[in-house]
Design a protein around this ligand. Structure first.
Ligand SMILES: Nc1ncnc2c1ncn2[C@@H]1O[C@H](COP(=O)(O)OP(=O)(O)OP(=O)(O)O)[C@@H](O)[C@H]1O
Length: 296
């Protein structure tokens, strides 16, 4: 079976800094994954590679059997639905949200490239209804709130019925009702769309939809591992004009990949966030809290 996403020994550097190192991961078709870890660890960078929007500095990334850098991404990008804040910023502020959604059919931003059928508009309107934003058709993107833009992004990601759905923090800016609506819709997707691969980046365990049963936890390499990476990649420490040395954090890597229930433990989370945390799993939903600190 061809993996939906396969990364092997991926290293990603930007501006003389190693952001991700030693990353290997295999996601099979139909699996539903959560990508979780602290701020700045490289989650968006990782899923941007899976969405063909960034190339690794070294190592290999195969998406639906197509090797990044070897196969023209436009031949298969329409099979990947991406919703992210980065993509949201690319939309023309003057465009109608309905057109932003429908233009996902040919995986381009802006609707002047193609002419879309009435059926496509029916699908787009149905998605908007499902995500509670049907009232936005006919408006302009610049008038939308952050939460509304986020939901337009999700509808767009689903529009072309992608084989792989990648959602990078899809609940950003949503109020409680909006968040629950999206989490519920993603739970339903996990239940109904058994052949679709879904990858969700989130900061909050409460936002893990039921049916998402795999997790990739990102943490930092320790000093010794980082030094080995730096030696191999001939990474140089940045020294700006004033001579002050910039201390970069150690590269991010995957510290756990596998079944969600086994992955989300108190010990693992406490170690990732360097504080004592308790994980709660209740009625299919997850959450985590700092263990109460005794004050004298
Ligand atoms: N264009 C860029 N140029 C240089 N560094 C970048 C760029 N984009 C991201 N980075 C750096 O790469 C690191 C990883 O960023 P990334 O956005 O992937 O992390 P993240 O885990 O998604 O963070 P967050 O949880 O805060 O959204 C960060 O330290 C960030 O500052």
């Amino acid at each position: 079976m061809t993996a939906a996403v396969e990364l092997h020994d991926v290293l990603f550097r930007r501006q003389r800094r190693t952001i991700l190192a030693d990353v290997s991961l295999c996601i099979n078709p139909g699996e539903k994954w959560v990508v979780f870890g602290p701020n700045g660890i490289g989650k968006s960078t990782l899923v941007s590679m899976m969405a063909t929007r960034l190339h690794p500095t070294s190592g290999t990334v195969d998406i639906l059997g197509n090797r990044l850098g070897k196969v023209n991404v436009f031949s298969y990008r329409h099979r990947i639905g991406l919703a992210s804040n980065m993509l949201n910023r690319e939309f023309d502020p003057q465009e109608d949200p309905l057109d932003v959604i429908v233009s996902a059919i040919d995986a381009r931003v802006g609707n002047w490239y193609g002419e879309y059928t009435a059926d496509s508009y029916v699908v787009a309107r149905e998605l908007m209804r499902h995500y509670g934003i049907e009232y936005l058709a006919g408006k302009r993107m610049y008038k939308l709130s952050e939460g509304e833009r986020t939901r337009v992004g999700i509808c767009r990601a689903l529009m072309a019925r992608p084989d792989i759905l990648i959602l990078d923090e899809p609940t950003t800016g949503l109020d409680l009702g909006g968040r629950e609506l999206v989490v519920d819709a993603l739970s339903e997707l996990a239940r109904v769309e058994t052949r679709k691969t879904a990858i969700l980046v989130t900061h909050r365990l409460e936002e893990i939809p039921q049916g998402f049963d795999h997790i990739a936890l990102l943490g930092r390499l320790d000093d010794e591992q980082s030094a080995i990476i730096d030696t191999h990649t001939k990474a140089s420490t940045e020294v700006p004009a004033d001579g002050a040395q910039i201390i970069n954090p150690n590269p991010g890597t995957i510290v756990y990949a596998g079944a969600l229930e086994q992955g989300l433990t108190d010990d693992r989370l406490s170690s990732l966030f360097n504080m004592s945390l308790t994980v709660v799993h209740n009625d299919g939903r997850w959450s985590a809290f700092a263990t109460k600190i005794a004050h004298s």
